[in-house]
Structure formats: C-alpha cells, structure tokens
Ligand binder design. Sequence first.
Ligand code: ATP
Ligand code: MG
Ligand code: MG
Length: 383
Amino acid sequence: PTWLGVMGGGQLGRMFVHAAQAMGYKVAVLEPAQDCPAGHAADHLLSADYADQTALAELAAQCVAVTTEFENVPAQSMAFLAERTFVAPSAACVSIAQDRIEEKRFFTECASTSGVLPAPYHVINSAADIDTAPDALFPGILKTARMGYDGKGQVRVKTRQEARDAYAGMKAAVCVLEKMLPLAFEISVLAARGVDGQSVVYPIAENVHRNGILFTTTAPSPHVTPESARKAQDATLTIIEKLGYVGVLCIEFFVLQDGSLAVNEMAPRPHNSGHYTIDACVTSQFAQQARAMAQLPLGDVRQHSPAVMLNILGDIWFKDSSGALHEPAWDKVLGLPGAYLHLYGKDEPRPGRKMGHVTFVAPTLAKAQQSLLAACAILGITP
Ligand code: ATP
Ligand code: MG
Ligand code: MG
C-alpha cells in the first residue's frame, strides 16, 4: 500500500483520512492527543509532539507525501519532513499563513497583480506602536499576529485608548491593528495547485460567522456579482501561483459595501467553508489534497448541486436535570431533503466546539436553504 501522512488529528485530518482511504491510500496521522478525530479513522496514529524528530522521521519514512491539517504546525517540522519526503504545502507557505504580519505583507506584495489589498493595518510590537498608528485605523480590530482562530485573539477597538487597554490585556506582544471595514458580506475561495503548476479554483462560497465562528456557508454565493467572483478567483490564482504553493489553499475575502474586495487571510489547507465540496462537488477539497500530494492530476472542481453547510457546535447538546447529555435529533435532520450529516467523533460537546456539520444539497439554492431553516428549527438554532 501507498501511505500519505498528515500532521494534526482534528476533523480536517479525519475528513482527509476518509477521502484518501476511499482512493486506496493508507493514512498515518501525527498528533499529540491519543483521542482525536483523525486518529480514530487513520491506519496509523503516531502519538507524538509535532516537533518530535523521531516521530517525524518515522512519518516521513512511511509516507510518500505529508501534509498538514493544523495551521499552527511548527514550520520547522514541515522543513524537517521535507528533507525526507514530499511535503505539500511547503514549510515556507505554511509559515506565511501562520503569521498575520507575513501574510498581509505577502498579500500587499501581490496586490499589483492580484488587484486586491488587505485592510489597512499597522504592526504592533509594543505599546508605543499604538501611539503611532494612523487615526484612520479607528475603529479597528486588534489581532494577535499568530495562533488566532475562530475570532479568538482579537478585540474590536473603537478608539486608540481602547486599543491601548486591549493590548495591555493581550498575552501576545506581536499584534496587528487593522481598520474595521464596512462589510457587505464575506466570501472564501478554495483553490488547489499541483506540482506541475496547474491550478484549479472552486466556486465562490459565502460565509456567515456567529460569535467569531463560521456559522453557515452557502455555495455558490448568492450575493457575489459575476465580476467580483471572477476578481476573487483570479486574485486567488495569482496568490497561489506566487506562493509556488502545492495542495489546497483557501483565501477569505471581504466584499465591501461599495462592492470592492479586500483580502483577509488564508488557510494553508482544506477549510471549514469548503466542507460543502464533499457532497456538492465532483472532487472534494480533501480528495483534491490527496491528489496534489500524490502528484496525480487535480480533480474536477465542478459543483453539481447548490449547497448550504451548517456547522454543528457543542452548544446544541442538551443536558437534562440529572446531568445526562442528550444527542441532538439527528434522525429528524436526516429526514430533511438533501441532508448529509458529518459528525467528527468528538465525545465532549462544549460550547463553541466544532462537533460536526450538515450540508444540504438541492436542485436549487432556495430548496437547500429551506432544509437549512428546517434543521435550525429542529436543532434549536436561531437561523
Ligand atoms: P478564522 O477562524 O476564520 O481563522 P480568525 O480568528 O483568524 O478566523 P479573522 O478571519 O481575521 O479571524 O476575523 C474573524 C471575523 O471578524 C471575520 O470573518 C470578519 O467577520 C471579522 N473581521 C475581521 N477583520 C475585519 C475587518 N478588518 N473589518 C471588518 N470585519 C472584520
Ligand atoms: Mg484565521
Ligand atoms: Mg477568518
């Protein structure tokens, strides 16, 4: 058998394992936690720290290619692996995506060809940098440069004084202060590039966040104009090419109230907003990652059905008076037209924790949206 490897044991790793196994690969997962979503599905779980050189060497020896599902994998570990096996995406690409400052610098560098800029920002290395930030950045958002996700590690600040207070309360010294933009809506563009330099780009997905966490993804985006869609896809292809990237990449864009685009951030891996591709596209983002790693031709990105995806968070598990946990009514959700339920095998539902997702596909977006509304009613989620 041919083995593929993945750094990280979360749900993205689990869905990658499933896709790669369906294609006949064996999959090894390196993850410190014994009990993890990808570990349960993998053919081999290496329970080790992400920087453990013995485990990394073992993973590299076993696998023809290794990828990451964990955005904050040490870039040095990817470089260490790359001395021993094929690694996609590269350590260099991953390290740009791990640091908002590097990322915004890179996006800015690309802007002359991509046509899209990030929000105006100022690098904050110390409290003094807040004093010198341009007035035009307020109201803004203070974000830690590294490790933030799901809106964690960021604070909205109306004034310079609020920024000073927020910075003092932040654990991270290195942050970026960015201008709060007037968003109309948010989109993401999923793309993939092969070692041969060929790229593919998926349809535009439209994302709604709630409490900083992705709530729904609708694809194709019902609000994006054909012109903005092309612009965002072209920008993504320019960026993936400039990175010399191999594998699946997702870029988040803001569509502003005046119709213009700003680039927000990128994920060097399959993305939550691309989960709909499993059930609605010819090639899912996870199968695409396996193809890129195995240096096979990239798959057809055509979306065969309109789709909406709803994230399932731990909040909807119900605890009764005796403290017993009650599973949401999956039987009712699965009774809705076009439902595909994906649960990640996590046994501790906590508020805000991603436990699974459900995708509704239908002949029309309106029908998929009807199923979504019905699911929200069943699950007690405010749509
Ligand atoms: P993710 O889980 O997507 O990685 P994150 O924690 O890295 O999220 P961002 O994507 O940068 O954080 O921001 C989270 C959300 O906050 C965005 O999806 C958007 O709704 C809002 N937001 C972030 N930056 C801005 C901005 N400059 N102007 C307006 N809204 C913003
Ligand atoms: Mg992010
Ligand atoms: Mg984001």
